[in-house]
Ligand binder design. Structure first.
Ligand code: ARG
Length: 564
């Protein structure tokens, strides 16, 4: 933050103490009483310079205080240097915040970053739990894209496996009419019927044969499979659309069918794969402290892991990525540990591989499945959210202004669910609470949406069009103005931090705090009624807040209304 001061501090340390290689990190103090910026650099250098950190800090503060952008500099605690910037210096710095909303550095010449997410097993409806990988993954992709990376978003759909043999047999026995017109629910019903009759060994054998025929490329079953994939994906896209989720590549597991054999051979040759029990082929991972992994089953069949090995290879060959991220639940932690251990053993030139895991989702009222213990469908939860949002909007009567209740309800309902998830640390279990998610006061989508609309309404009343310009003659700031500016200044770093750590909640928490800062500014200072020079500044801060909230919300896949 605040690069000019970084180089100035470094220069002082060089002239005063001959320190050459130091990066002075300026942070934003948690409390406003500690100024706009603080650095612990004096304490970091104390040992090397054999000096009391306070002495170093004092020298630094004294010299920095002379800088034209600095109002005052003080030493605090065991050797922190706290700096208060001149109002105009703070305002000038806001340009970076505005740039962080629009212009991006482009890193297109760099190797791509692969973000794999959503990846549902198809031929059954998406359950509520699918929303986690889907939205967390999309946000991580959005953050990389926003920062100019070349991003490959991949849907590794589960479109292969014995379940397709079962479905085919069920269809042949009990299916009626034109397959192409069926819904996923109807397909699921057939699948369930098959399982109800599972005791029947004849059906089991038929299903195994059917899957084998599919693997061998039998035209009839292949076209059946293709139709089922299309039916599923069409339904899934409707949900993606509502969630503002877009994946560029749909590389299902089926795509790797003919890409596994060479890897199996390579593994055998390199003695990474060795014979296990009953004719299986395994990777012994004792040195990695992991249980052995089956690569080929006793019957010669490949499995999920085998396809993932081929996937790693394919992506390296095709894209030469710098990183490959797998946004998948923590239940699959062992799978990815084994996968990464095996590819390392194979000696491949690997990009950064990371399992971006997340916890389980629970509802505060305990309802995660429907009455019959069946999976709760994502579609139903989204519909319920919109319905609840509609009731909230209507319940507020005149207080909510909108000329389009339906659009607002969709935006608010979906936003509430998505934000309710993204505002929590993904590494923990995610507790979803309807009341909290739909509340207007608190860390929620409606609060964020409402604050944006409030800022927009001020701008409308003042007839400000577009981004209002930042004034260049400000010599004093009130406390709430200063705090709001402080909050706005953090945006670029927060986006970077959320991206680097793959933690969407870092951005969500920030947006919540920015809303609080804006609302206290709004409640404490006249904006439109202020005298001219203050009005210019306050409108500029209002406009920038609206821009940041919108940009941040969209990174989180949310939409914000101009009016509400
Ligand atoms: N289809 C899998 C499931 O639903 C998730 C796939 C995760 N990605 C991967 N490359 N294994 O459990």
């Amino acid at each position: 933050m605040f690069e000019p001061l970084q180089s100035k501090a470094q220069k002082i340390l060089r002239t005063e103490y001959g320190v050459k290689n130091v990066t002075v990190e300026w942070e934003r103090p948690a409390q406003a009483d500690f100024g706009d910026l603080a650095t612990p650099v004096a304490m970091q250098l104390a040992k090397e310079l054999k000096k009391n950190p306070k002495v170093i800090a004092e020298t630094l503060a004294e010299k920095l205080a002379k800088d034209s952008s600095v109002e005052k500099a003080e030493v605090a605690g065991p050797g922190y240097v706290n700096v208060w910037l001149k109002p105009q210096a703070l305002i000038d710095e806001l340009k970076k915040t505005r740039e962080a909303c629009t212009a991006r550095v482009t890193r297109k010449e760099e190797a791509p970053v692969i973000v794999e997410y959503s990846s549902p097993n198809i031929a059954k409806p998406l359950g509520i739990h699918h929303i986690l990988t889907t939205v967390i993954g999309q946000v991580i992709a959005n953050l990389y894209i926003h920062q100019g990376y070349n991003v490959k978003t991949v849907n590794h759909i589960g479109d292969w496996g014995t379940q397709f043999g079962k479905l085919y047999v069920a269809w042949k026995h009990w299916g009626k009419g034109d397959l192409g017109t069926k819904t996923v629910d109807e397909l699921l019903a057939l699948y369930v019927k098959f399982h109800d009759e599972e005791e029947n060994p004849v059906l089991e054998a038929e299903a195994r044969n059917a899957f084998r025929s599919l693997e061998e490329g039998d035209a009839d079953i292949r076209s059946f499979w293709k139709t089922v994939v299309n039916i599923s994906m069409n339904e899934i896209y409707v949900l993606y659309e509502r969630l503002h989720v877009h994946l560029a590549y749909e590389h299902g597991e089926s795509m790797y069918e003919n890409k596994m054999q060479p890897i199996v051979e390579e593994g055998k040759k390199k003695k990474v794969f060795t014979p296990g029990k009953d004719g299986a082929l395994i990777a012994d991972l004792e040195n990695e402290n992991l249980p052995p992994a089956i690569v080929i089953k006793g019957d010669g069949g490949t499995i999920y892991l085998t396809r993932d090995l081929a996937t790693v290879r394919y992506r390296i060959d095709e894209w030469h990525p710098q990183a490959s991220l797998y946004v998948v639940g923590q239940e699959q932690q062992l799978h990815f540990q084994q996968l990464f251990a095996i590819v390392k053993r194979l000696g491949w030139q690997l990009p950064h591989l990371e399992h971006v895991l997340f916890g389980r989702m629970r509802f505060a009222d305990g309802n995660m499945s429907t009455r019959k213990g069946k999976i709760l469908k994502l579609e139903h939860v989204l519909d319920e959210a919109v319905e609840r949002a509609r009731a909230v909007v209507k319940g507020h009567g005149e207080k909510i202004q909108t000329d389009d209740v339906e659009t607002l309800a969709e935006m608010m309902g979906i936003g509430a669910v998505v934000y309710g998830i993204l505002s929590q640390n993904r590494k923990m279990d995610i507790l979803f609470d309807w009341d909290k998610a739909l509340s207007f006061e608190g860390n929620s989508a409606p609060y964020l949406q409402y604050t944006h609309a409030r800022a927009k309404s001020v701008l409308r009343k003042a007839e400000v069009k577009g981004d209002s310009f930042l004034p260049n003659n400000i010599s004093s700031l009130s406390d709430v103005e200063r705090s709001l500016i402080g909050g706005l200044l953090q945006f670029p770093e927060v986006v970077s931090e959320a991206r680097e750590s793959h933690m969407p909640h870092v951005l969500a928490t920030y947006l919540y705090q920015l809303c609080q800062l804006f609302n206290s500014f709004y409640n404490n200072e006249p904006i439109i009624q202020a005298e001219e020079s203050q009005k210019t500044l306050r409108l500029a801060l209002t406009a920038l807040t609206a821009t940041v909230l919108k940009c941040g919300a969209e990174l989180l896949t949310l939409r914000v209304p101009d009016r509400m």
